[in-house]
Design a binder for this molecule. Structure first.
Ligand SMILES: Cc1cc2nc3c(=O)[nH]c(=O)nc-3n(C[C@H](O)[C@H](O)[C@H](O)COP(=O)(O)OP(=O)(O)OC[C@H]3O[C@@H](n4cnc5c(N)ncnc54)[C@H](O)[C@@H]3O)c2cc1C
Length: 416
């Protein structure tokens, strides 16, 4: 005989946990179905294991950081904002702290403390958690949803909330099942591409810079010799290319441009606060006073040590050349390179290594005030399964919690 519930939530990530907690509210018959033997596997990886669970910036900043999906999320953020989320965790006994760029973390620096609170709330609200159960098919007949699982279990529910996540880091359980299920129910799926992902570079010397990080730099991307996107922030060189918050946030835009162009030329302004004239004055002053000091020592005042070597070798200037032997031509080439350090981006890491999935279940077919399907009454969506992505900085987990809360709230209200 099939297990019967008022509401079945599919996926035990942050969105599904919050949806189940909110829809149950202590007295509804709610099932949370998770394919893994435990909840929140991806949540545990977030923020390098520290979980950047939200961002304390004002709502207008939130909207901007979600680009075209900002408007769709307005109601969800209004009903359950970053303030509400912080209050939720604080009132459950989890102390939070705010770090640079308004990023919010648990004081414990452990994502497991965030998961522990969700698990406690699930227990307190009498949610039935069904582990090791991968839902593979859903049908609706006579007002009731029938869920078929890979292990043969069959579950019936009056309402369902799909919170199966995206299609990245598949080992966590987020393999994109929700997209197939939603598609089979008639929903359009916007093509899945990696988002918040590191970029690969062509240059053979890139590996020499692995681990070097640069803060307060400007990165400018060119297409057909024309600047098409630029921003300031922090990057990290990897053995294959570039990563870091600035690169991750710009990656979706670069990937879509790469679809039309084989390579994308980029330049890094290593000194965005100074123009070429200022830098020239600075260099003349340094070179004049430094005398026989090696040029590498002067450049090291401006760049990380390991980058200095690559920088000078690209300019074919010996690092041991004395400052007072640097010609005007060499000085100008140093300044040009400080303002435009070149790289060629050839692609990104695959979707499985992306922090998020761009695309997903089309927003157009979801009511933003309830998260209910516009096609099938009683079917709700939450979290990363929904089309659109925020930048890094805690925005995506807030999206998962806010949409989960709204879907749970509305499914719970309508449940009989
Ligand atoms: C390495 C990494 C670091 C990140 N760091 C941050 C960060 O610090 N801050 C931030 O805001 N965001 C971060 N993110 C993004 C964040 O993890 C996601 O936005 C968030 O987890 C989405 O939540 P979700 O509940 O929608 O989906 P998920 O967390 O992916 O959860 C989906 C759940 O559904 C289950 N499931 C899937 N299919 C089925 C099925 N057929 N049947 C039953 N269960 C199923 C999965 O096993 C999984 O448990 C990071 C992502 C990665 C990969």
């Amino acid at each position: 005989m099939a297990n019967q519930y008022e509401i079945a939530v599919i996926g035990g990530g942050p969105a599904g946990c919050m949806a189940a907690i909110r829809s149950a509210r202590g007295n509804k018959d709610v099932a949370l179905i998770e394919r893994n033997p435990s909840l929140g596997r991806k949540l545990l990886l977030t923020g390098n294991g520290r979980c950047n669970l939200t961002n304390s910036s004002p709502m207008d900043v939130f909207m901007k950081n979600f680009g075209s999906s900002g408007n769709f999320l307005r109601s969800a953020f209004h009903v359950f904002s970053n303030e509400s989320l912080m209050h939720f965790f604080a009132s459950c006994g989890l102390k939070l702290k705010t770090e640079s760029h308004d990023r919010v973390f648990p004081v414990t620096d452990k994502s497991s403390s965030v998961l522990a609170i969700l698990e406690k709330c699930l227990r307190e609200n009498n949610v039935n958690i069904i582990y090791n159960t991968r839902i593979i098919d859903i049908k609706k007949k006579e007002g009731v949803f029938s869920l078929a699982a890979q292990n043969g279990i069959s579950i019936k529910a009056k309402k369902i909330i799909i919170a199966t996540g995206g299609a990245s880091y598949k080992k966590t359980g987020s393999t994109g099942d929700g997209f197939l299920i939603a598609h089979s129910l008639g929903h359009a799926i916007i093509s899945l591409v990696p988002a918040l992902v590191s970029l690969k570079a062509k240059e053979s010397w890139i590996g020499d810079l692995q681990g070097v990080s640069l803060d307060n730099i400007r990165i400018i991307f060119y297409r057909n010799n024309k600047k098409f996107v630029s921003d300031n922030g922090e990057i990290i060189f990897t053995h294959f290319g570039i990563s870091g918050p600035l690169v991750l946030d710009m990656s979706s835009c670069i990937i879509s441009a790469l679809g039309m162009h084989k390579d994308i030329e980029i330049v890094i302004d290593l000194s965005p606060g100074l123009n070429k004239e200022d830098l020239n004055k600075y260099m003349i002053d340094k070179i004049t006073t430094a005398g026989s000091v090696h040029i590498k020592n002067i450049i090291q005042d401006m760049l990380p040590k390991r980058m200095t070597e690559v920088f000078l070798s690209l300019l074919k200037i010996s690092p041991k050349k004395c400052a007072n032997q640097i010609s005007k031509k060499e000085r100008v080439s140093i300044i040009d390179m400080l303002k435009a350090f070149p790289l060629t981006v050839t692609g990104s890491l695959p979707i499985d290594e992306a922090m998020a999935t761009e695309g997903g279940i089309s927003r157009k077919e979801i009511n933003p005030r309830t998260m209910e399907s516009r096609l099938i009454p009683g079917l709700y969506f939450a979290g990363e399964a929904i089309e659109g992505r925020g930048t890094s900085g805690g925005y995506n987990l807030q999206q998962a919690f806010s949409t989960g809360y709204l879907a749970g709230e509305c499914a719970g209200q309508k449940a009989t």
